[in-house]
Design a binder for this molecule. Structure first.
Ligand code: IMP
Length: 182
């Protein structure tokens, strides 16, 4: 029997989808996956990137959907890598980030979830403060092995409850409360 979904997560990143699915399941929203690599304009504003990307995704699949844009913002580097997080991860990676830092290690992760259907386009933001660890710790994806959320001594890659406190969780919680009343 074919499974039916309420809406789709359009991304090329399965890790993000699996986390988003677990989170939205807990709000009773069934999330499908459409693996699509979307063109991303370069801009200093995550919001501008997100709106363009969501419209582009909707024009390709014509289904109610969400897309997600994230960034890791490091205070002592004036918010770098921010909107360039994906490129920076693919080039210098976690080791490169660690090499750029000294004692000042405060950072935040930001997630912007953008919903798009025929009539509506709307974004929801979630943030989590933390620090960058001194070493790579744990076996998570992306920046998880170097991001230590506030009030923890372990990285996102080492903790079990990332999906109950992450930037993604906070953005999706706001989205779910709007979507369920829509
Ligand atoms: P983008 O929104 O797909 O461009 O993601 C930005 C970058 O941040 C990518 O390199 C992701 O791997 C990374 N990233 C986004 N969210 C997370 C997360 O929850 N954990 C670890 N890395 C993340």
């Amino acid at each position: 029997m074919q499974q039916s979904f309420d809406l789709y997560f359009v991304s090329s990143n399965k890790h993000k989808y699996l986390e988003a699915k677990t989170i939205l399941d807990s709000f009773g929203i069934r999330l499908g996956f459409l693996k699509l690599s979307l063109e991303e304009i370069q801009s200093d504003s995550i919001k501008i990137i997100a709106i363009k990307k969501a419209k582009n995704a909707f024009s390709k699949c014509n289904k109610s959907l969400i897309i997600e844009d994230d960034g890791l913002f490091i205070n002592s580097l004036d918010g770098f890598p921010g909107p360039y997080s994906s490129f920076v991860f693919q080039t210098i990676g976690n080791k490169g980030i660690l090499n750029l830092l000294d004692t000042k290690r405060n950072a935040k992760f930001v997630s912007l979830i953008t919903y798009c259907d025929k009539k509506t386009i709307k974004s929801f933001e979630g943030k989590i403060d933390g620090t960058i660890s001194k070493k790579i710790k744990g076996k998570g994806w992306g920046y998880d092995p170097i991001f230590v959320p506030k009030n923890s001594t372990k990285t996102f890659a080492e903790i079990k409850n990332k999906n109950e406190l992450s930037h993604r969780y906070k953005a999706l919680k706001k989205f779910a409360s709007w979507y369920l009343r829509k």
